[in-house]
Design a protein around this ligand. Structure first.
Ligand code: AMP
Length: 294
């Protein structure tokens, strides 16, 4: 495995890999890798001839006061883990390589970027869309891998891909969790022992909400209230949102319709650590609960 630091070298690698008949897979990350990231690399390795994993803590997706400076960084550890999982090229550029002096172009996406995360982290998705567009142009992949863990981000990336005609196959991989259900995240290291012990509550709230829907509940407000009540079992938890939405549009339906795919979305603080999680639920197309008017 090779560590590449410049866009020009990465483009050269990708172009020659493709000229030799390989498909190229891209796994963008901000590093401090865990099994969630590695699952993306392993999936890419199965589906592509060459895998590029990128490590770039992107300043433009952090707001002032967020954890850009303190975000965990360990290039040596990450490059080892990435190669063991099947990475061929590890792209770890300096900030100035991605945003050279005088850089003045960015992507601004409206619509889905303004909901949920967008209400709490206003410039976040424009920063994500901009850096991912740059990584797409630097790596020129056939396929790019993203985790369902950042559900709204996957919608943003798919929209970026189609709006900007990248023509990349966007693959969304399932959420990898700890034994108690906590979604793996580089930020979990911020949790102290006591906080870590209760952090499984997000998964528990999602599971209970899913079970309610499976038993026939179709009212969005009722499901929201259940999630809120469950999360509040943790004293001092601070909710940004715990909500249901249409999985494609992120609109909030009053009642879930037959055949509709719903996403349950949670963002909350335990102590100073902001955690997000989500789950997808498909409402049956022939929904006897709906016909019963429950
Ligand atoms: P990050 O380094 O947090 O920006 O994440 C890089 C990629 O890994 C994103 O596509 C994330 O959605 C994905 N990812 C992060 N955590 C997980 C997880 N627990 N399971 C699956 N994918 C994940």
């Amino acid at each position: 495995m090779k560590i590449i630091k410049t866009v020009a070298e990465l483009q050269l690698f990708s172009d020659s890999a493709k000229a030799s008949g390989h498909t190229v897979g891209l796994v963008p990350t901000m590093g401090y890798l865990h099994k969630g990231h590695l699952s993306l690399v392993e999936m890419a390795k199965k589906q592509c001839g060459k895998v590029i994993t990128t490590l770039f803590v992107n300043p433009t997706q952090f707001a002032p006061g967020e954890d850009f400076e303190s975000y965990p960084r360990d290039l040596e550890r990450d490059s080892k883990m990435a190669v063991e999982a099947g990475t061929d090229i590890f792209f770890a550029p300096e900030t100035r390589e991605i945003y050279p002096v005088g850089y003045s172009t960015s992507i601004r996406m409206t619509g889905i970027t303004e909901k949920f995360e967008g209400q709490y982290r206003t410039a976040h998705f424009n920063g994500v869309a901009t850096v991912v567009a740059k990584l797409f142009n630097a790596a020129r992949p056939d396929k790019a891998y993203f985790g369902q863990k950042d559900y709204q981000q996957t919608l943003v990336i798919k929209k970026l891909n189609s709006d900007m005609n990248f023509g990349i196959d966007i693959v969304v991989a399932p959420i990898i969790r700890e034994a108690d259900g906590l979604a793996m995240s580089s930020r979990n290291i911020y949790l102290d022992k006591k906080q870590r012990k209760v952090a499984g509550i997000l998964f528990a709230a999602l599971e209970e909400a899913k079970a309610k829907i499976a038993r026939g509940e179709r009212n969005r407000i009722v499901i929201n209230s259940h999630m809120h009540a469950k999360l509040r079992e943790v004293p001092g938890i601070r909710l940004d949102y715990a909500e249901c939405a249409n999985a494609q549009t992120l609109e909030k339906p009053e009642t879930f319709l037959p055949g509709e795919e719903i996403v349950l979305l949670i963002a909350c603080y335990i102590g100073k650590t902001r955690l997000i999680d989500n789950a997808l639920v498909s409402i049956p197309a022939y929904d006897d609960k709906f016909e019963e008017g429950i």
